[in-house]
Ligand binder design. Structure first.
Ligand code: IDP
Ligand code: MG
Length: 133
Protein backbone atom coordinates (compact mmCIF):
# COMPACT_ATOMS: atom_id res chain seq x y z
CA UNK A 1 0.00 0.00 0.00
CA UNK A 2 1.16 3.52 -0.83
CA UNK A 3 0.35 6.89 0.72
CA UNK A 4 -0.18 10.23 -1.02
CA UNK A 5 -1.07 13.79 -0.06
CA UNK A 6 -4.16 15.37 -1.60
CA UNK A 7 -5.30 18.97 -1.25
CA UNK A 8 -8.72 20.34 -2.14
CA UNK A 9 -7.76 23.89 -3.07
CA UNK A 10 -9.48 27.22 -2.22
CA UNK A 11 -11.52 27.49 -5.44
CA UNK A 12 -13.19 24.14 -4.68
CA UNK A 13 -13.85 24.87 -0.99
CA UNK A 14 -15.31 28.26 -2.00
CA UNK A 15 -17.64 26.63 -4.56
CA UNK A 16 -18.99 23.97 -2.12
CA UNK A 17 -17.70 20.99 -4.11
CA UNK A 18 -15.58 19.38 -1.38
CA UNK A 19 -18.15 16.60 -0.92
CA UNK A 20 -18.32 15.81 -4.65
CA UNK A 21 -14.51 15.61 -4.85
CA UNK A 22 -14.23 13.38 -1.77
CA UNK A 23 -16.96 11.14 -3.21
CA UNK A 24 -14.87 10.69 -6.38
CA UNK A 25 -11.81 9.89 -4.22
CA UNK A 26 -13.74 7.31 -2.19
CA UNK A 27 -15.40 5.79 -5.25
CA UNK A 28 -11.93 5.29 -6.78
CA UNK A 29 -10.94 3.05 -3.85
CA UNK A 30 -8.84 5.38 -1.72
CA UNK A 31 -8.96 5.08 2.05
CA UNK A 32 -8.85 8.41 3.92
CA UNK A 33 -6.18 8.07 6.60
CA UNK A 34 -6.08 11.74 7.71
CA UNK A 35 -8.14 14.79 6.81
CA UNK A 36 -8.33 18.41 7.97
CA UNK A 37 -9.73 21.79 7.01
CA UNK A 38 -6.99 24.40 7.33
CA UNK A 39 -5.77 27.73 6.03
CA UNK A 40 -2.25 27.84 4.62
CA UNK A 41 -0.05 30.64 5.88
CA UNK A 42 2.15 32.48 3.40
CA UNK A 43 5.18 30.75 4.90
CA UNK A 44 3.64 27.26 4.66
CA UNK A 45 2.49 27.78 1.04
CA UNK A 46 5.97 28.98 0.01
CA UNK A 47 7.54 25.94 1.68
CA UNK A 48 5.01 23.54 0.14
CA UNK A 49 5.55 24.96 -3.38
CA UNK A 50 9.27 25.77 -3.02
CA UNK A 51 10.02 23.75 -6.20
CA UNK A 52 8.15 26.45 -8.17
CA UNK A 53 10.00 29.41 -6.62
CA UNK A 54 11.21 31.77 -9.32
CA UNK A 55 8.56 30.77 -11.88
CA UNK A 56 6.35 33.54 -13.29
CA UNK A 57 3.20 32.06 -11.70
CA UNK A 58 4.74 31.61 -8.21
CA UNK A 59 3.34 34.73 -6.49
CA UNK A 60 -0.11 34.16 -8.03
CA UNK A 61 0.01 30.54 -6.81
CA UNK A 62 0.90 31.57 -3.24
CA UNK A 63 -1.82 34.25 -3.21
CA UNK A 64 -4.38 31.67 -4.43
CA UNK A 65 -3.37 28.91 -2.00
CA UNK A 66 -3.58 31.29 0.97
CA UNK A 67 -6.83 32.97 -0.13
CA UNK A 68 -9.18 30.75 1.88
CA UNK A 69 -9.46 27.36 3.56
CA UNK A 70 -8.27 24.16 1.93
CA UNK A 71 -8.92 20.51 2.81
CA UNK A 72 -5.84 18.29 3.23
CA UNK A 73 -6.06 14.50 3.05
CA UNK A 74 -3.66 11.60 3.42
CA UNK A 75 -4.88 8.85 1.07
CA UNK A 76 -3.97 5.18 1.02
CA UNK A 77 -4.31 2.77 -1.92
CA UNK A 78 -2.18 0.46 -4.01
CA UNK A 79 -0.07 2.75 -6.24
CA UNK A 80 -1.80 5.71 -4.54
CA UNK A 81 0.51 8.35 -6.00
CA UNK A 82 0.05 7.52 -9.69
CA UNK A 83 -3.54 6.42 -9.16
CA UNK A 84 -4.50 9.77 -7.59
CA UNK A 85 -2.60 11.76 -10.25
CA UNK A 86 -4.64 9.84 -12.84
CA UNK A 87 -7.88 10.61 -10.99
CA UNK A 88 -7.17 14.36 -10.86
CA UNK A 89 -6.00 14.68 -14.50
CA UNK A 90 -3.60 17.13 -16.13
CA UNK A 91 -2.73 20.48 -14.51
CA UNK A 92 -4.69 22.33 -17.19
CA UNK A 93 -8.36 21.19 -17.32
CA UNK A 94 -8.41 21.89 -21.05
CA UNK A 95 -6.00 19.00 -21.60
CA UNK A 96 -7.23 16.79 -18.71
CA UNK A 97 -8.93 13.52 -19.59
CA UNK A 98 -12.71 13.10 -19.36
CA UNK A 99 -14.11 12.23 -15.92
CA UNK A 100 -11.04 13.45 -14.06
CA UNK A 101 -11.55 15.80 -11.11
CA UNK A 102 -9.85 18.70 -12.90
CA UNK A 103 -11.77 18.14 -16.15
CA UNK A 104 -15.03 18.18 -14.21
CA UNK A 105 -14.32 20.93 -11.68
CA UNK A 106 -11.20 23.05 -12.36
CA UNK A 107 -11.69 26.64 -13.47
CA UNK A 108 -8.39 26.86 -15.40
CA UNK A 109 -4.75 25.81 -15.07
CA UNK A 110 -4.16 28.25 -12.21
CA UNK A 111 -7.32 27.57 -10.20
CA UNK A 112 -7.44 23.84 -10.70
CA UNK A 113 -9.25 22.59 -7.57
CA UNK A 114 -6.89 19.84 -6.36
CA UNK A 115 -3.28 18.91 -5.66
CA UNK A 116 -1.64 15.49 -5.67
CA UNK A 117 1.92 14.44 -4.81
CA UNK A 118 3.98 13.34 -7.81
CA UNK A 119 6.56 10.98 -6.23
CA UNK A 120 7.18 8.89 -3.11
CA UNK A 121 9.76 11.40 -1.86
CA UNK A 122 7.46 14.39 -2.44
CA UNK A 123 4.49 12.58 -0.86
CA UNK A 124 6.48 11.96 2.32
CA UNK A 125 7.80 15.51 2.45
CA UNK A 126 4.38 17.07 1.70
CA UNK A 127 2.64 14.92 4.35
CA UNK A 128 5.17 16.07 6.95
CA UNK A 129 4.82 19.72 5.88
CA UNK A 130 1.03 19.58 6.23
CA UNK A 131 0.46 17.05 9.03
CA UNK A 132 3.84 17.00 10.82
CA UNK A 133 5.95 13.89 11.16
P1 IDP B 1 0.39 19.98 -10.58
O1 IDP B 1 -0.48 20.62 -9.54
O2 IDP B 1 -0.42 19.32 -11.65
O3 IDP B 1 1.45 19.07 -9.99
P2 IDP B 1 2.51 21.91 -11.03
O4 IDP B 1 3.21 22.10 -12.33
O5 IDP B 1 3.26 21.21 -9.93
O6 IDP B 1 1.14 21.16 -11.35
O7 IDP B 1 2.05 23.34 -10.54
C1 IDP B 1 1.55 23.55 -9.24
C2 IDP B 1 0.34 24.44 -9.31
O8 IDP B 1 0.74 25.74 -9.79
C3 IDP B 1 -0.73 23.99 -10.32
O9 IDP B 1 -1.58 22.98 -9.82
C4 IDP B 1 -1.46 25.31 -10.58
O10 IDP B 1 -2.32 25.64 -9.48
C5 IDP B 1 -0.29 26.27 -10.61
N1 IDP B 1 0.24 26.42 -11.97
C6 IDP B 1 1.01 25.54 -12.64
N2 IDP B 1 1.34 25.97 -13.86
C7 IDP B 1 0.77 27.17 -13.98
C8 IDP B 1 0.76 28.14 -15.03
O11 IDP B 1 1.35 27.97 -16.10
N3 IDP B 1 0.07 29.28 -14.77
C9 IDP B 1 -0.58 29.49 -13.59
N4 IDP B 1 -0.59 28.60 -12.59
C10 IDP B 1 0.07 27.46 -12.76
MG1 MG C 1 3.12 19.46 -8.80
Amino acid sequence: METTLALIKPDAVQRNIVGQIITMIENDGFLIKKMKLMKMSDELAKKFYSVHEGKEFFSKLIKYMTSSDIVALVLVKEDAISSYRKLIGATDPETAEENTIRKLFAIDKSFNSVHGSDSIENAQSEISIIFGS
